[in-house]
Ligand binder design. Structure first.
Ligand code: FAD
Length: 342
């Protein structure tokens, strides 16, 4: 029932070398149930993986890795204004965004070209270009790793926040997500508030009449121009979350560094740009023993050949320490870290 043990296929976008106790690809709910029972019988933890674009894998994974390939796009409900879809967790996220636009189902355009699967999208409430997954989710369906029993959560129960959800908190590593229900609009409406997107739309002469297709095209073009392709420069996208800090600290930093970008969160808190902090701390473009920070994007850590989780995490720790020393701000790592040293 297990996949070939010596498969050398890289299963993470950082292309880190790792060895799991066992690995199985799951296409159906029956295969999932069998796999969870097998893990129970062998006293192994279960690690669900989609496309491995948001994980740092250490050399040893003492787990059964489940590669989730549950597919399917089902229409649950349709009104004049909306459609509700049930999407298999193994579906590719960007393919879903493209397909929904083709169907005339709108809302996901700003999230185009985010790597990974539908099942992973709720884990960190994926977001980009002024938009997050959360408002489109009506339910997330899952199975408990411990016994295969079903759990369905409403949007409220998912506890979505900035790159956060109940799946990273109270229910972390307890569930395999099998399907996600999304409600999309049938009337075209666009969100072009995000400054870089707004500029691109204006430059294309679409400021007053932008369509969802225009937004999708602009987001795809912006991402292609800005983000390194993991197939060429192995990376996990943004390595750190943008830190949310007390307002007092943000004001003090603004006095000391007038150019610092500061964004409102609420009365007490402000969000800073992690990329700016890292660049100011002198890290952009630096390399250290086969890993480095991308020269065009200070938030992206790249595996230049070290192929090792510890090398990436050692670099991340150095960046965190220097940003903490310079700005008194603690950067939090965005990808999930799994496994142990050899
Ligand atoms: C170049 C690049 C750009 C990126 N840009 C963005 C961006 O703009 N915005 C953004 O939010 N993210 C971004 N990311 C991060 C990444 O695309 C998302 O986090 C994505 O949702 C990860 O999907 P995945 O299938 O690769 O998940 P994986 O990396 O395989 O897994 C990530 C986490 O989800 C869990 N998981 C995966 N599938 C399941 C499942 N079915 N059930 C339960 N748990 C599961 C894993 O255990 C792990 O904890 C980027 C990454 C890269 C490499």
């Amino acid at each position: 029932m297990l996949d070939a043990p010596n498969s050398r296929q890289p299963r993470n976008s950082l292309r880190l070398q790792t060895q799991a106790k066992a690995l199985r690809t799951v296409h159906t709910l029956t295969e999932l149930k069998d796999a969870l029972t097998w893990a129970q019988n062998h006293a192994l933890a279960v690690l669900p993986l989609g496309e491995g674009s948001n994980v740092v894998l250490q050399p040893q994974l003492n787990a059964l890795v489940l590669v989730i390939k549950l597919l399917g796009r089902e229409k649950l409900n349709e009104t004049d204004g909306h459609v509700t879809l049930r999407i298999g967790a193994g579906e590719n996220w960007h393919a879903l965004v493209t397909w929904s636009l083709e169907q005339g189902y709108y809302g996901l355009e700003n999230l185009a070209l985010i790597p990974g699967t539908v099942g992973a999208a709720p884990i960190q409430n994926i977001g980009a270009y002024g938009c997050e997954l959360a408002p489109f989710v009506t339910a997330v369906h899952s199975r408990y790793c411990r016994d295969g029993s079903a759990l369905s959560l409403s949007r409220e129960e998912c506890g979505f926040g900035y790159r956060d959800s109940v799946f990273k908190q109270r229910l972390a590593d307890q569930l395999v997500i099998t399907h996600v229900d999304l409600q999309l609009a049938k009337q075209p409406a666009v969100n072009t508030q995000y400054p870089a997107l707004q500029s691109a739309i204006e430059a294309a002469g679409q400021a007053n009449n932008a369509t969802p297709q225009n937004v999708y095209d602009a987001v795809v073009a912006l991402r292609r121009a800005r983000l390194p392709d993991p197939a060429i420069e192995p990376n996990a996208g943004s390595f750190f979350k943008n830190p949310v800090v007390p307002q007092d600290l943000a004001v003090a930093l603004q006095q000391q560094y007038p150019g610092i970008p500061v964004f409102p969160v609420n009365q007490q808190q402000r969000k800073l740009a992690a990329a700016w902090l890292i660049e100011q701390a002198g890290w952009k473009g630096q390399r250290l023993g086969g890993v480095g920070i991308h020269s065009g994007h200070a938030l992206v850590l790249v595996n230049y050949g070290a192929n090792s989780g510890p090398a990436i995490l050692a670099l991340a720790a150095k960046i965190q320490a220097s940003v903490a020393q310079k700005f008194a701000v603690q950067l939090e790592i965005e990808p999930r870290i799994y496994g142990a040293l050899a």
